[in-house]
Design a protein. Sequence first.
Length: 101
Amino acid sequence: MRGAFTCVVLLSAAAASGCMTAPQEARVAYLKVVAEPRQTTVYSNDRFLGSAHLLQKQPKALPPGTKYLTFKAPGYFPHDLQIQLPVGETTVKVKLRPIPP
């Protein structure tokens, strides 16, 4: 009978520890981008994230940590930026410089 009791306690402990962990959503970083010009596109570690216009309205969920961002738009110099993206929402504001004629 003692063995059955031990098994129940272990299962209860495992179930309780699962309830105590933070929700997955709590460990997510959200990148919001406000950029000029409107047609700016955003890349993180060479991966396309979307247009800055869309990322302003709907921030992108990413794992927290160091990110290398690149902002590009036709007729403008690209802009590179390294940021530490913490858990929660981070807003990055960028104004690209036009390429002279």
